[in-house]
Design a protein around this ligand. Structure first.
Ligand code: GUN
Ligand code: ZN
Length: 438
């Protein structure tokens, strides 16, 4: 296979900007290049030097556009694509009014296939090359997403959402046994096949019985390379609800921990209103806390304590949480993370925002070195950004004196118009047609 050389600006992390001064954490080439061979990154460096060293390579010249690793969205719900931006509710009412009725439609495998494809195409158009998604209780909803990802060559993490308590509506309820058995079948069918990772997925403690959490804990113990994803401490009403349902638990995290659902491959969404024991325990175990800032403001959940969790050494990732989140864009999500941090008196540097949306999320999904990084050996999933994609961004970008200042207006004001190209496993993704534009 002929190697492919992408020319453009490149920006690659060499360290973690939460642990080291940001000036020491990244390598920027104004005229850089990324050499792709067999779907992987073979080299990153000065464009002219790479061109001279690989005269046989096909060349795609992105000019002044910025080549980055594709974004990694560490927590989202593909079945909620059609209910994004649904008005006026907080978490529990929002679930009952919008989410559960929509998730019931996924009993139809054809509907699931349609939404799976649409969601992945939206993600790619926004420069997101990997999603970690909840599905519904329907086994076919999981097949639909893994199938759609395989068709597009995408690396994906997903799992069948499990709910067996009478707090979930009758049409969306399973049992401890069926949740275990169907999840086990899906693991056998998909986990480690191509670019797929299975995540065992109890929705959250309020919709599972202890018997179901036990069954899923046992399933995870039997399949330890799977991830486990769920929700933790998103709204204060929800935490009160958990306290009533689990009177013997020390705290919300304990409802998972005491059933074998806490470990380094656990990925918890939201994680806002924590007791000190919970923050310490997450950090100690190496489980991931996923920041979902557009959702946390949209549903009115609260302000994630990024600095506090990082100071404890916790693994933190970034995610859209669509459709609770109000955007498919990881650029918009970075902007929201910046705004939330400002409200907590913390100024996040653009390097920290970008790191969370790429390397941080990849680490949380135990895919570090594989995706979310511009480094040799990684899979060639890339997002190419136009740093002047709208007049408002362009006029601010024109004043920039370094790459971070050049990138920050796109982080704060950018959306899918800033995504010039997306590459998956070394291949360019066909450009989306803008439906509804005519
Ligand atoms: N908690 C339990 N289920 C959900 C969900 O679908 N979205 C959000 N944001 N929180 C949840
Ligand atoms: Zn969620």
């Amino acid at each position: 296979m002929t190697p492919h050389l992408l020319l453009g600006q490149t920006l690659a992390f060499t360290g973690d900007p939460f642990l080291q001064p940001w000036e020491d954490c990244a390598s920027h080439h104004a005229h850089g290049g990324v050499l792709i061979e067999h779907g992987r990154i073979a080299a990153v460096g000065d464009g002219a030097m790479l061109r001279a060293a690989h005269p046989q390579a096909r060349v795609t010249d992105h000019g002044g556009d910025l080549i980055l690793p594709g974004f990694v969205d560490a927590h989202m719900h593909y079945p909620q694509t059609r209910i994004i931006a649904s008005w006026g509710k907080r978490l529990i009412d929002w679930l009952n009014a919008y989410t559960f009725p929509e998730e019931m439609r996924f009993a139809d495998p054809a509907y699931a296939a349609t939404i799976a494809g649409e969601t992945l195409d939206l993600a790619l158009a926004h420069g997101t090359t990997t999603l970690c998604s909840f599905c519904t209780i329907h086994e076919a909803s999981v097949d639909a997403l893994f199938d759609a990802a395989a068709t597009r060559g995408m690396r994906i993490v997903a799992g069948r959402t499990c709910m067996d308590r009478d707090t979930a509506p009758p049409g969306l309820r399973d049992t401890a046994q069926s949740a275990h058995d169907e999840s086990a079948r899906l693991i056998a069918r998909w986990h480690g096949r191509g670019r797929a990772t299975y995540a065992i997925t109890p929705r959250f403690s309020p919709t599972s019985t202890e018997a179901q959490l036990d069954a899923l804990g046992a399933l995870w113990a039997a399949n330890p390379t799977c991830l486990m994803q769920t929700h933790l401490s998103e709204q204060t009403d929800e935490i009160e609800w958990v306290r009533g349902l689990y009177p013997n638990a020390r705290d919300y995290l304990d409802t998972y921990e005491s059933h074998g659902l806490l470990g380094p491959r656990a990925v918890f969404g939201h994680v806002i209103h924590l007791e000190p024991r919970e923050s310490d325990r997450l950090a100690e175990v190496g489980a991931a806390a996923v920041h979902c800032p557009t959702s946390n403001t949209f549903i009115g959940s609260g302000l994630f304590d990024l600095a506090g969790l990082k100071a404890r050494g916790a693994t933190v990732a970034l995610a859209t949480d669509t459709g609770g989140g109000s955007s498919f864009s990881m650029l918009r999500t970075m902007a929201a993370a910046y705004e939330v941090a400002q409200l907590r008196g913390q100024a996040l540097h653009p390097s920290q925002l970008l790191w969370l949306a790429s390397e941080g999320s990849a680490r949380a999904l135990h895919l570090q070195g594989t995706i979310g990084t511009l480094s040799p050996g990684a899979e060639a999933d890339l997002a190419v950004l136009d740093l002047a994609s709208t007049p408002a961004i362009a006029q601010r970008h024109a004043r920039a004196t370094d790459i971070w200042e050049a990138l920050f207006p796109t982080i704060m004001m950018g959306d899918d118009r800033a995504i010039r190209a997306t590459w998956v496993a070394g291949r360019p993704v066909p450009r989306p047609t803008r439906s509804g534009a005519a």
